[in-house]
Design a protein. Structure first.
Length: 431
């Protein structure tokens, strides 16, 4: 079927969705209730932990990268920005934190080292390690009773390791506090400090089979969040009701509370819901609203993102037309998500396909987001490989209007069809 006719007939409610349905995408149908079951597979149930073999693999690969780049030692840091996404590098070497900054001194050989705060006000603060670490004493900042002062302790340890003139890789300068770098530079004036984040990212982008299990559990959290949000999507409820329903369900499924749960509600005007991505409004839902959520699930640092539209009442023709366009573009991208493709190339193909499907009226800002959660908005021009994560979530734009999206989900690149992580079908839900 020619694309323009496909979109037009689907917008008017006729059964012309065969081409897209064959790609595994469910097109618009009459008002219906969502499926009520999301199942937790036994293979991803319980409290998942990585094996020692998994950490051994990571450590070997990190140290091989250090050897190639002539790096003598790494200083790894992180924080809770991007809803814990910026903890990814720390978690990759086996450290998790509660709320204070933590660092790992990662040598080319031997046990990684973690500075642990010792002060008069509290017992030693030690981050949770899932593998073996050596802990060294770190003091508190002068003039305070409890403010950590890890920079000097890290510098002293590097000097003790004979790295006064060494090449120190920082993972990453984006999140490492300036006070830590200044302390190291002051104590080690003859050492050189380099950005080593790319070394970690290139390893983290390629998931092991154990990591894929964590992503599947994360996707389960998102599915439960969407399911709860749909159940709460009733006229008279508020945006807050939707937000807390999503977040509670994700938390009960294994995610930390206070996740990145975004949503837009309101009439489908200008090709987007009226109130965009702001759950703080406490807006009351009304008949005719379209709800566009983004559930960003996090299971122990492994993220997925899930979006499906929910319509309160009968959908309007403009929404159905935009839904049909999303059906078409999403299905097209599924056929292109293969090893060897690049994120930039996929974005260009997505934009061109969208223009053709809409007679040049609409294009896309992007089609895929690949990489890690904290780098997803970089649109890093990654070359796809097996076991790489991406979000298939086209963002559309028309001249003079704001960008909008309709649905999207997370998947893993394989040699063949992508491995879709979510159980939630890509379609609209009608309440």
């Amino acid at each position: 079927m020619e694309r323009r006719h496909f979109i037009k007939t689907l917008a008017t409610g006729t059964a012309a969705a065969g081409a897209v349905s064959a790609m595994g995408v469910q097109a618009a149908t009459p008002a219906q209730a969502p499926a009520s079951t999301v199942k937790l597979d036994a293979g991803i149930a319980g409290d998942l932990l990585f094996s020692q073999a998994e950490y051994d693999r990571r450590y070997r690969n990190i140290r091989a990268g250090m050897e190639r780049q002539g790096i003598d030692c790494l200083v790894v840091g992180g924080n809770r920005d991007w809803c814990e996404g910026e903890l990814g590098n720390l978690r990759y070497v086996g450290v998790d934190i509660d709320w204070e900054p933590t660092y790992v001194i990662f040598p080319k050989q031997g046990t990684p080292i973690v500075p642990a705060k010792h002060g008069g006000m509290t017992p030693p603060f030690v981050s949770r390690g899932t593998v073996e670490f050596e802990y060294i004493k770190s003091s508190v900042r002068p003039g305070t009773r409890n403010a950590n002062d890890h920079g000097p302790a890290i510098a002293r340890q590097l000097r003790k390791m004979g790295l006064g003139k060494g090449k120190i890789g920082l993972v990453s300068p984006r999140v490492l506090p300036a006070e830590v770098l200044l302390a190291m530079q002051r104590e080690l004036p003859n050492a050189s400090f380099v950005d080593a984040e790319r070394l970690f990212l290139e390893l983290r982008y390629l998931k092991s089979d154990e990591e894929v299990k964590f992503l599947r559990r994360s996707a389960y959290c998102a599915d439960k969040g969407i399911q709860a949000m749909i159940a709460a999507a009733q006229v008279g409820n508020t945006d807050w009701d939707l937000f807390f329903a999503m977040d509670q369900a994700c938390t009960e499924a294994g995610a930390p509370p206070g996740g990145q749960q975004l949503l837009a509600t309101g009439p489908w005007r200008g090709r987007r819901s009226q109130v965009f991505l702001d759950p703080r409004t406490a807006r009351t839902l009304q008949l005719g609203d379209v709800i566009i959520p983004e559930v960003t699930s996090n299971y122990k640092g492994y993220f997925t993102q899930l979006t499906v539209p929910v319509v309160l009442g009968e959908p309007g023709e403009q929404f159905l037309a935009d839904l049909a366009l999303c059906d078409d573009v999403y299905a097209h991208l599924l056929t292109k998500y293969r090893p060897g493709a690049t994120v930039k190339g996929l974005d260009e193909q997505c934009a061109e396909h969208t223009k053709q499907a809409s007679d040049g009226v609409i294009t896309t800002l992007f089609g895929f987001q690949a990489g890690e959660h904290e780098t997803s908005f970089w649109h890093d021009n990654i070359t796809l490989a097996p076991n790489m994560l991406a979000y298939n979530q086209p963002f559309f734009i028309a001249p003079g209007g704001p960008p909008w999206h309709v649905y999207g989900d997370a998947m893993i690149c394989t040699e063949g069809e992508p491995l879709k992580l979510h159980q939630t079908p890509m379609r609209a839900f009608y309440v």
